[in-house]
Ligand binder design. Structure first.
Ligand SMILES: *Cc1c(COP(=O)(O)O)cnc(C)c1O
Length: 400
């Protein structure tokens, strides 16, 4: 192990919160889809900072936008207008079904904002519909309300008492959802591909039926696009693959390519639920984050760019499919450049991640022992080939 890594690890162990199970890697810089560590080793990045670095590392137009903005002003607060915020909102909404955008700083904050928006909408109408139904094995964030919305006990149980009004149903089970909604249900909150719990796409029929149910019962539909949004699935929003029209979507991860940001987009009457002072943020939508978001959106919203993501997603899935011949590969699934390889519990995904790192490839192991492949959207077919070849070689030499 190199000395710089040792020194940083020692400081981290002494000073930093005891929260993270980190890999034995410390990065210094990146370019395109490659990251470099303290020892100068190169790694092809199939993690992208957990679906954040959608344009890879040091993408020139994004670097230029951030540099130019830093020289003008970083922050002024929402006490004032800024051109950067207005333009980022306009660019984000253009050509979508949404009427209004609100910028915050993270995915959890975006979902927290969406939950508050729904509650405020019914409050304005004098209707008692506080209940929000979400899915088991979902992930919506780590604030108290979003950890409660998250259908995994491990994220909420130790933090009781939890906010009221959340119910959970099995994912991809329409009957269960239909049975869970009642007169007090104000909204359904779902991901189109459950990311953290192991890259599980919603089935087409499920989302179409959920959408029809919400329409017929006057229930709002919130789609959490924090991971699936901003081109990840080959569409600007993952829900576009299903032909549905949610009332609210939440965004974060890829939206500003690595600068922290979140967003709530809403349409129709619910978009008007908040009045001045009802909700807010100090940092959210500041000029730096918005200049970065605009640079990302100017690249991602190009139909040719999104088509390329679709093509490369299919290409990646095609190259992963043959791995199913190994008895320890349980499933290969995903949408666009969000693919999962579910492994038998007898083969630890974490050990595969470690072995791939020593071969120069960064992978992540999500829930359910599933390798999660979420590379920068600018990944090339050659980079996909070299990773899938290395994984195939590793599996060919793995016996369980
Ligand atoms: C990552 C994620 C979140 C939480 O985002 P943070 O920025 O970590 O708060 C919420 N929902 C989904 C679907 C996510 O993938």
């Amino acid at each position: 192990m190199d000395n710089e890594l040792l020194k940083i690890k020692e400081t981290d162990a002494r000073c930093y919160a005891t929260l993270f199970n980190r890999q034995n890697l410390c990065f210094t810089h990146g370019k395109g889809c490659t990251l470099y560590d303290t020892a100068g080793n190169a790694y092809i990045d199939f993690v992208a900072g957990i679906a954040v670095n959608c344009l890879g590392h040091a993408y020139p137009p994004l670097v230029a936008a951030i540099q130019a903005q830093a020289e003008r002003m970083l922050h002024v607060s929402n006490l004032y207008y800024t051109r950067e915020q207005a333009e980022a909102a306009e660019t984000l909404l253009a050509g979508t079904i949404f009427d209004r955008a609100f910028f915050c700083n993270s995915g959890a904050e975006a979902n927290e904002g969406a939950i508050k928006m729904v509650r405020k909408y019914y409050y304005n109408r004098g209707e008692h519909k506080p209940k929000i139904v979400s899915a088991l094995n979902s992930f919506h964030g780590r604030t108290l309300a979003t950890a409660t919305a998250t259908g995994q006990d491990k994220y909420s149980k130790p933090y009781a008492p939890l906010p009221d009004g959340f119910a959970h149903v099995p994912f991809n089970d329409f009957e269960a959802l239909k049975n869970a909604v009642d007169d007090e249900t104000g909204a359904v909150l779902l991901e189109v591909v459950q990311g953290e719990s192991g890259v599980v796409p919603a089935t087409y029929d499920y989302l179409v039926n959920v959408y029809a149910l919400c329409r017929s019962k006057g229930i709002l539909l919130i789609i959490d696009e924090v991971q699936t949004g901003i081109g990840r699935t080959g569409k600007l929003f993952g829900f576009e693959n299903y032909g549905i029209q949610p009332d609210i979507v939440t965004l974060a991860k890829g939206l500003a390519g690595g600068i922290p940001i979140g967003a709530v987009l809403a349409r129709g009457a619910v978009a008007e639920a908040f009045k001045p002072g009802d909700h807010g943020t100090t940092f959210g939508g500041n000029p730096l984050a918005c200049a970065a978001a605009k640079a990302v959106l100017d690249t991602i919203k190009d139909p040719a760019f999104l088509q390329d993501v679709t093509d490369k997603g299919a290409y990646l899935q095609d190259r992963l499919m043959p791995l199913r011949k190994y008895n320890f590969v349980k499933d290969v699934r995903g949408l666009g450049l969000m693919q999962g390889v579910q492994l038998d519990p007898a083969l630890s995904g974490a050990s595969v991640v470690g072995k791939m790192a020593s071969r120069g490839f960064l992978l992540n192991c999500a829930g359910n022992n599933t390798l999660r492949l979420i590379p920068p959207l600018i990944i090339t077919k050659q980079e996909i080939d070299s990773m899938t070849q290395a994984l195939a070689d590793l599996f060919a030499n793995t016996v369980i």
